[in-house]
Design a protein around this ligand. Structure first.
Ligand SMILES: *[C@@H]1O[C@H](CO)[C@@H](O)[C@H](O)[C@H]1NC(C)=O
Ligand SMILES: *[C@@H]1O[C@H](CO)[C@@H](O)[C@H](O)[C@H]1NC(C)=O
Ligand SMILES: *[C@@H]1O[C@H](CO)[C@@H](O)[C@H](O)[C@H]1NC(C)=O
Ligand SMILES: *[C@@H]1O[C@H](CO)[C@@H](O)[C@H](O)[C@H]1NC(C)=O
Ligand SMILES: *[C@@H]1O[C@H](CO)[C@@H](O)[C@H](O)[C@H]1NC(C)=O
Ligand SMILES: *[C@@H]1O[C@H](CO)[C@@H](O)[C@H](O)[C@H]1NC(C)=O
Ligand SMILES: *[C@@H]1O[C@H](CO)[C@@H](O)[C@H](O)[C@H]1NC(C)=O
Ligand SMILES: *[C@@H]1O[C@H](CO)[C@@H](O)[C@H](O)[C@H]1NC(C)=O
Ligand SMILES: *[C@@H]1O[C@H](CO)[C@@H](O)[C@H](O)[C@H]1NC(C)=O
Length: 893
């Protein structure tokens, strides 16, 4: 938001500059006659020559060049400014014309030798030659060549040095097209040669080779410095912040740029200070209060710490204040009383505690407020709802208390976005509002994990409501038809409540519904909604009975259908094959019987199929090979009777294959072509009737050694070969399973030593080698220091830590665990999480799939959600704890 403002400021300033330059000579009405003869013929022909070399890229955009024709004096052409006395063209503005041209050495533009101002921004110019004629523009003071999409041509800078009168220079390029390099030598030349510069803007130019201390040589007359996304790295010299004329500095999105704000005597005429997404750190200085002209301050996602200085109270011109995602703490000082112009205030994701300072409620212009993800407590006072200009409010993930009533909310007439989630003591009451009040602008109403007991029926008339999230509350019993009828919501999340019945679904345009983990009984709800709008349906974890109604086959746009953990029975309806968009089908833990129907059409989008824990029988349908995107196939705990599905080996995305506890039988072939199950990470064929030589797997009748080749399955997360008759040594190649988190070789006849290479498995958190015939010294170090006796019991020849039996040569005293309590518990937590499913990496993937209830949220929200997910791993709560060098799992995803 701030960016746009400053961008337009710059344009505006540039424009003023241009006006200023030519003002003395601008045409007065009376001199229009002489103007007709003002244009100099040689300059007119230069311009016409230039026109003849251009192409218009987008024909539908009208462009100024259309006015360039001989019948009009060239001083009247669009984009041209002339000197009134001599008739020279001194200004040329062709910005945003969508024209395409080459700037060669011979370009006729270089014949305009009196040019003072040139703006070609946002066109498609290319530079086929490596040298141009810039030196002929001796009078140029203003040059804007931003966003031209030129190829790698850092030599352009060599030309720019030849323009000693330049006051304003903008050579920004589009983000991500980082081929435009400015090296340190050229940057030095630039700052030495261009001593008149007041505006320097090089956004997204690759300046990774520029030493930040070079910026110390910038001229003291500099007013605007735009170096956003320039790959600057190292220490930024804080003296630059003290340049006496500086009004704007934008260093944002230079992630590796470190630095501090000046700690004392800071006073500059700053209006705009943007440091977001950098590594600036340290405390915010008290002297920040000296920046009396400051209008926008964006410190989003830096590493500032300490508390907020009270001197903020003096920034009376401030309109935009963003301290998101730092390490700030303490209470938010009560300093907002005089900041009447503040419209955007965000302290999201810091460690602020205490109550919301009351002076915030004086900010009547405020439209955006986020205090989410802190440790704020106390109640939300009723005068909060007098901030009538609020459009977006985030107070989630705090410890706020009290009851919000419908009447209070109805005062915020502009409100579009409200997130009060994760305040476990905060409740919501339907009281007061006339049932016809429409909350005319409300789009997002997020109140998850609070203390709500009743469905907020007052939102029935909210015409623009997109998302209603009241999951994880205490809403019980029935939702009546009148409470929801006609509601326009698209994303409805009622998961984790105590609902027993939903009268019917009278919604118009539902896109996603989440009813997981309620107490719904009887049969699956019949949803009357627009059939082809519904995309995600989650009704798992209820007490539903009966069959899947055939009407569900009419949800032709359905991408996710999750009905797991109910008591549904009957056959899986064949008509589900109509759901051509389905990517996740989860019918786990029900009572479905019969064969798995032939649902799997060519070009199927299915990537996840869970049928675990039913009573399915027969064979795996061979049409599963049509699911070329299939990543997870889980048919464990059924009565399937088939041979090993080699034919699935061609599915190059398949990562998880669970066949456990069925009646699969026969041999599993040993031949594995390179593509065969090439992505497989988890395979579980335990409790079947497989026979013959390995490649696997637990509770079968495998015998012989573990094949060395298993080490090639280097994305394996879990390997369970327990309860077989495997013999021989543990192959050292298993040390190559770099991602392995769980290794269970228990209850076999393995012999020899435990290979030292297994200590390379830095993510290994579960090891079970018990009940084998292993001997010798248990390897030490890394993860091996975390395993207990249980990993090794029943191997009478093993010795060393953690067993009490010492090895002969060993001196007493086992090596101490490298992990302190704190990190151990973290790991345990992460483990628990991991093992709730099939392995950590995967579970993260899955739960994201489930959480990602993708909505059309505004970009800034999405950004925040992403950040919040990062933050879950911990800024506020874990920031002071040392990171261990090898924290397993989460680090990778
Ligand atoms: C600018 O730099 C160039 C080198 O590229 C040098 O030749 C020229 O003399 C410099 N001009 C000024 C005014 O410093
Ligand atoms: C500033 O420029 C001078 C040459 O005029 C140079 O010697 C010095 O190293 C430069 N300072 C920095 C910090 O680059
Ligand atoms: C605000 O500025 C005034 C005068 O410049 C100064 O006296 C006062 O201490 C400042 N207030 C804070 C909280 O820094
Ligand atoms: C607040 O904004 C208004 C309108 O933009 C302006 O007139 C006023 O001077 C501003 N107040 C301060 C203290 O800057
Ligand atoms: C803030 O509002 C309160 C009451 O709403 C008022 O008493 C106080 O004077 C206001 N403060 C400022 C600085 O406007
Ligand atoms: C709301 O904002 C508008 C425009 O920014 C302003 O004119 C109006 O005074 C504000 N309302 C209040 C109560 O401050
Ligand atoms: C939350 O607030 C309540 C009362 O306001 C308090 O009892 C409780 O300890 C707080 N919890 C946390 C985690 O701060
Ligand atoms: C809501 O209204 C009921 C009855 O009118 C009243 O008992 C209750 O206290 C009210 N709750 C709130 C939060 O105002
Ligand atoms: C589902 O679609 C079929 C065919 O398009 C139609 O006959 C049937 O009535 C639809 N079912 C419902 C419940 O709308």
């Amino acid at each position: 938001m701030g960016r746009l403002i400053w961008f337009s400021q710059i344009l505006c300033l540039s424009f003023m500059l241009l006006q200023f330059r030519v003002q003395s000579s601008s045409p007065s009405q009376s001199s229009l006659d002489s103007l007709l003869h003002l244009c100099r013929p040689e300059e007119r022909s230069a311009l016409l020559d230039f026109k003849s070399t251009t192409n218009v890229v987008l024909n539908d955009v009208s462009h100024g060049l259309e006015t360039w024709n001989k019948s009009i004096d060239c001083c009247l052409w669009e984009g041209i400014t002339c000197d009134m006395t001599k008739g020279h063209v001194i200004g040329l503005d062709l910005s945003r014309q969508r024209i395409e041209a080459d700037l060669t050495t011979n370009s006729s533009l270089f014949r305009l030798e009196k040019l003072q101002s040139l703006n070609l921004a946002d066109n498609y110019f290319s530079y086929p030659n490596l040298s141009f004629g810039f030196q002929r523009w001796k009078s140029l003071t203003y040059l804007n060549l931003a966003y031209l999409g030129f190829p790698d041509n850092s030599l352009l800078f060599n030309e720019v040095f030849l323009l000693p009168k330049l006051v304003s220079l903008d050579l920004s390029i589009s983000p991500g097209s980082g081929f435009f390099h400015l090296d340190n030598i050229r940057f030095q030349m630039l700052v030495h040669n261009l001593t008149e510069l007041r505006f320097l803007i090089l956004n997204s130019v690759n300046m990774s080779l520029v030493v930040p201390s070079s910026l110390l040589n910038l001229t003291s007359s500099l007013e605007y410095l735009g170096l956003r996304d320039c790959l600057l790295q190292g220490n930024f010299p804080s003296q630059v912040f003290q340049l006496p004329s500086l009004q704007l500095i934008d260093l944002s999105s230079n992630n590796d740029l470190r630095g501090n704000l000046p700690q004392s005597n800071w006073s500059s005429p700053f209006k705009y200070l943007y440091l977001s997404d950098t590594s600036f750190l340290g405390e915010l200085p008290h002297s920040i209060g000296n920046l009396k002209f400051l209008e926008e301050l964006d410190l989003n996602n830096c590493q500032f710490s300490g508390s907020i200085p009270k001197s903020l109270a003096n920034l009376t011109k401030i309109t935009y204040l963003d301290f998101d995602s730092n390490l700030l703490q303490g209470s938010i000082p009560d300093v907002f009383g005089k900041l009447h112009n503040l419209t955007y205030l965000s302290f999201f994701s810091n460690c602020f505690s205490g109550e919301i300072p009351t002076s915030i409620f004086n900010l009547t212009s405020l439209s955006f407020l986020s205090l989410s993800s802190n440790k704020l407590s106390g109640s939300i006072p009723s005068f909060f709802f007098d901030l009538v200009n609020l459009t977006s409010v985030g107070l989630s993930s705090n410890n706020l208390t009290g009851t919000i009533t419908a009447t209070m909310l109805s005062k915020l007439v502009y409100l579009e976005y409200l997130d009060l989630s994760n305040n476990s003591l905060l409740s919501l009451s339907n009281n007061g509002t006339s049932i016809n009040y429409s909350f005319p602008n409300l789009q997002y109403f997020l109140f998850s994990s609070c203390n709500i007991h009743k469905f907020p029926s007052f939102l029935r008339k909210a015409e623009r409501l997109q998302e209603l999230d009241i999951s994880k509350n205490k809403i019980s019993g029935q939702i009546h038809k009148w409470e929801i009828e006609g509601m326009s919501v698209k994303y409805l999340n009622l998961a984790y409540n105590f609902l027993t019945d939903i009268d019917s679904f009278g919604f118009g345009n539902l896109v996603a519904v989440d009813l997981r983990s309620n107490l719904l009984q009887a049969s699956l709800p019949i949803l009357s909604t627009t059939w082809d709008s519904m995309n995600q349906l989650y009704i798992s974890g209820n007490n539903l009975i009966g069959e899947i109604p055939s009407s569900y086959c009419n949800f032709t746009s359905l991408g996710v259908l999750v009905l797991a953990n109910n008591s549904l029975r009957g056959k899986i309806p064949e008509c589900l094959r109509n759901l051509r968009s389905l990517s996740i089908l989860d019918l786990r833990m029900n009572k479905f019987h019969g064969k798995i129907p032939n649902l799997f059409v060519t070009n199927s989008n299915l990537d996840t199929l869970h049928l675990d824990g039913n009573q399915l029988e027969g064979i795996l349908p061979r049409s599963l090979v049509n699911c070329s995107n299939l990543e997870i196939l889980d048919v464990g705990n059924n009565n399937l009777n088939d041979t090993f599905p080699h034919w699935l080996g061609v599915l190059t995305e398949l990562k998880v294959l669970i066949l456990r506890a069925n009646q699969f039988h026969g041999a599993i072939s040993n031949s594995m072509p390179a593509f065969y199950f090439s992505q497989l990470r988890i395979i579980d064929v335990a409790q079947n009737d497989f026979t013959g030589l390995l490649p696997n797997f637990s509770s079968n009748q495998f015998h012989g050694p573990i094949p060395e080749e298993l080490g090639e399955l280097n994305s394996l997360l879990i390997l369970n070969l327990s309860h077989n008759s495997l013999n021989g040594q543990i192959p050292s190649s298993l040390g190559k399973l770099a991602e392995l988190e769980s290794l269970d070789l228990s209850s076999n006849k393995l012999e020899g030593m435990i290979p030292e290479q297994l200590t390379n498995l830095t993510f290994l958190s579960i090891l079970n080698l018990s009940h084998n015939e292993l001997v010798g010294h248990i390897p030490e170090g890394k993860q091996f220091n975390t395993f207990s006796n249980d990993s090794y019991i029943g191997n009478f020849g093993l010795c060393g830590f953690p067993l009490t039996k010492k090895c002969h040569e060993e001196e007493p005293g086992a090596p101490a665990s490298q992990f302190d309590e704190e990190d151990d518990s973290t790991i345990v937590f992460e483990r628990k999480f991991a093992l709730a499913g099939y392995g950590c990496g995967l579970v993260l993937g899955l739960s994201l799939g489930y959480i990602a209830f993708i909505t059309g949220k505004p970009w800034w929200l999405v950004k925040k959600v992403e950040k919040y997910q990062q933050k879950l791993l911990g800024r506020c709560n874990r920031s002071n704890k040392k990171r261990k060098p090898k924290t397993p799992t989460n680090a990778r995803r």
